[in-house]
Design a protein around this ligand. Structure first.
Ligand code: F3S
Length: 757
């Protein structure tokens, strides 16, 4: 069966949600007896046990939730489903969708790339299609779109809570949903209908005033905010937007802001329900959902007392006046390297980065709205009108088939094509390293500009030399005209074919298509829950059934070698890179060959070179860890600040676990990664005194003592025996609660769950 919009099962769930929302909220109010932010309304009405409402301390107490729906994709999905299958359940407990979006390589253009992907990824797609049918996921085949755009167009609803195995899940805040990126093991909790646990997040209130002018766009709100908060400033926080300015932004503009909230490490983002969300729901065939949301609209906002005195109710308040906002370009190598447009040229020059822009990319799940593309096209049209040939090749990645067909019908895609743009298929492609980039000399630093969300080293094209900058789609197209980072489209002029110079007019766009969205698009395959046999060959390359990890043996970890002491930024892209590895995300043995491939060894400043205590030589972390595993040796990873930031990929925790890493000890841990480590049974620790990081030496033997007495809030002792016979001792902290400790002891959360069942 095919469906192009949210199906009946979904609507029944949504109706029940809105029917119960007023009474659930009344119960929360009766218990907490204080004004509530919108985030709290959504969080507390989704507590797993509504009879057990209590005040949870933000940033400290764990609470258990029951999300409304779930989702995954073709690289997070396989491992999540493999874990779900070990539970023996027959069907998933809540509505969910599976979107095949990450495994399509952008190379020759939409048509050819999708044909190639269908062949190349057959093993994974067949598996995901079968498990979707049997266990109950709506299945979106490759080429349907990028998950967050598909969810926005079909499933997200105001006031709801959703979990998806992807860090950019908070895109759903464009429709007022509190959506959270999680690892596969967390998703399994939701799929099984058991409690899903989260530390009650702190709240950052962002008050938006005024309204956007000229070149400024919703993307610039989050680019500026990333500069204010930094990549870790949102850790364990929900960012809640409010203020008159919020009401001026389109639903899709809000979605862009929420999408990139992941770049500041936030748990989620949320916007109050408004007329823009209503219009978007109506335009995407969900007028009925909009009417239900209208019925509880007052409570899809923070309480008036909160809005009057935000500083009393949020842990931090940031104010941004949209009327004064200028466009930003952030980069390279970190999304928080924020530069207002008039500082870009001089900054790039002073850092000695290449001025010449080699590729410009628009679209992806971050900026694929009708508004985004019409604004970008308004710049492209000015070039066409004046006969200007843009200097940088342009790549367009529409976020879904529905948006692509709408843009085609309205002549927008053709505008880009007249500028010689290549339109890629509606999939992640260059956003996640699935890009066969044709580049002259990859050993040279080179600059690209993109309207995507993440610009870590190697993220887009797998080349660490690439310096990627983030901007709004209209700014990306404008920068492509001169192909020079020194160009400021707000100030400088462009020369037309007749030799006359002109200044680009500020972009203009339309929030929603006047003729509505195209409806002649194929939708998803609706599951029939048929108990088909899920076949996985033991020799399959892409998918491998899982064997449970061994339980903790009850002993302290003694004299373990150091696998790596990582220096500086070590994101999940550094721990388990994408690109050529993506197809193997369902085969733990194969994917583990990329372990820590991009992490920098603090002792020699190099990647792929760590000390191997068995061979007494330098080898790659993956080879070293595999040798240790084969010899029954366990090891320790030491990390710097915000270790494991970036995506939600649990492979960054499963791979070290599979290769016998017992402990990750870091200055600080990124939220999702920390949760993934705990779920997979690795002991996740942080230095009580971050300076103790400096005490770790390359050939140390590391012990972690006091594990039998491990208890919430209690530190453990770490002993580092140095090669010269001396030793250092210090304390390490953890954030485990009792339940999480049971995961550690059982070897993984799944083991613990099975034991309890
Ligand atoms: Fe895809 Fe994630 Fe980018 S969903 S488009 S890879 S941010």
């Amino acid at each position: 069966a095919q469906a192009s919009t949210a199906n009946i099962r979904d609507f029944a769930m949504i109706k029940a949600f809105y029917r119960n929302y007023p009474s659930s909220l009344a119960a929360v109010r009766a218990k907490l007896n204080r004004p509530l932010t919108l985030s709290e309304k959504i969080l507390y009405t989704h507590l797993y046990d509504p009879k057990n409402i209590q005040e949870y301390k933000r940033g400290a107490s764990y609470a258990e939730f029951r999300p409304d729906r779930a989702g995954t994709h073709d690289i997070g999905g396989p491992m999540a489903i493999l874990q779900f299958m070990t539970s023996g359940r027959d069907r998933i407990a809540l509505p969910a969708a599976m979107v095949c979006d990450h495994l399509v390589t952008a190379n020759a253009g939409a048509r050819k790339d999708i044909l190639f992907a269908d062949q190349f990824n057959k093993e994974t797609y067949d598996f995901l299609r079968d498990v979707s049918r049997r266990y109950g996921f709506d299945f979106w085949p490759a080429g349907s779109g990028i998950c967050h755009q598909v969810f926005l167009e079909n499933y997200d609803f105001p006031g709801g809570m959703m979990l998806v195995t992807d860090s950019h899940t908070p895109t759903a805040c464009g429709l007022g949903m509190l959506a959270i990126g999680v690892g596969g093991a967390d998703l399994v909790d939701a799929l099984m209908g058991t409690e899903w646990e989260l530390k009650m997040p702190k709240l950052i209130g962002v008050k938006l005033t005024g309204h956007l002018q000229g070149w400024a766009s919703p993307k610039d709100v989050i680019l500026k905010l990333a500069g204010i908060l930094s990549t870790k400033g949102g850790t364990n926080c929900v960012i809640e937007y409010f203020g008159d300015g919020a009401d001026t932004l389109s639903a899709t503009g809000k979605a862009t802001i929420g999408n990139m909230g992941a770049e500041v490490g936030s748990t989620s983002s949320v916007f109050p329900y408004d007329s823009h969300m209503k219009s978007y729901l109506q335009a995407t065939g969900r007028a009925a959902v909009a009417s239900l949301a209208d019925g509880v609209a007052k409570d899809l906002h923070a309480d008036p007392e909160v809005l009057a005195h935000p500083e009393k109710f949020f842990d931090r308040v940031v104010e941004i006046n949209l009327s004064e906002l200028t466009p930003y370009i952030n980069g390279p190598l970190s999304p928080d390297a924020a530069m207002p447009i008039d500082k870009v040229g001089e900054t790039v020059k002073s850092k000695g980065l290449p001025q010449n822009i080699e590729v410009a990319l628009v679209g992806s799940c971050t900026n694929s709205s009708y508004e985004d593309f019409t604004r970008a096209a308004s710049i492209a049209r000015q070039c066409l009108d004046k006969g200007v040939k843009i200097k940088t090749p342009l790549i367009v990645v529409p976020g879904s088939v529905r948006i692509r067909e709408t843009l085609k019908r309205d002549g927008i895609l053709q505008t880009f094509e007249k500028l010689n743009a290549t339109v890629m298929t509606t999939a992640c492609g260059p956003c996640i390293g699935q890009w066969k980039r044709h580049i002259g000399d990859p050993s040279q630093k080179n600059t690209i500009i993109e309207s995507f969300n993440r610009n870590f080293a190697g993220r887009n094209d797998g080349n660490k030399k690439t310096q990627a900058f983030l901007a709004s789609p209209e700014m990306v197209v404008a920068m492509a005209i001169e192909g020079d980072m020194g160009f400021n489209p707000l100030k400088n002029t462009v020369t037309g074919a007749n030799g006359a110079s002109f200044k680009l007019a500020a972009p203009t766009g339309e929030e929603l298509p006047k003729k509505g969205f195209a409806t002649n698009v194929k939708g998803c395959v609706i599951p029939d829950f048929k108990k088909i046999e899920i076949k996985v060959s033991p020799n399959a390359e892409r998918i491998r059934l899982l064997t449970p990890f061994a339980a903790w043996d009850g002993k302290d970890f003694v004299d373990l070698p150091l696998l790596i002491k990582a220096k500086g930024k070590c994101t999940t892209d550094h721990i388990s890179p994408g690109g050529k590895w993506l197809p193997y995300r369902g085969n733990i043995d194969r994917i583990s060959d990329n372990l820590l491939e991009r992490a920098v060894n603090a002792f020699n400043g190099r990647s792929q070179s760590v000390w191997n205590v068995v061979n007494k030589d330098y080898e790659t972390p993956a080879k070293t860890a595999r040798l240790y595993k084969n010899k029954g040796i366990h090891s320790v990873i030491v990390g710097d600040d915000n270790y494991g930031e970036g995506s939600s990929r649990e492979h960054a925790a499963m791979e070290p676990r599979y290769l016998n890493v017992s402990v990750v000890l870091a200055k600080s841990l990124a939220r999702i990664h920390e949760s993934n480590l705990k779920k997979q049974g690795i002991l996740a620790l942080t230095f009580v005194n971050p300076k103790d990081y400096d005490k770790i030496r390359e050939k140390d033997r590391i012990s972690v003592l006091g594990l039998k007495e491990l208890a919430p809030g209690k530190t453990v002792t770490v002993v580092c025996k140095h090669e010269d016979g001396t030793e250092d001792r210090f304390q390490a902290a953890h954030s485990y609660n009792e339940k999480q400790l049971s995961w550690f002891r059982a070897g993984s959360a799944l083991n613990a769950m099975k034991k309890a069942a």
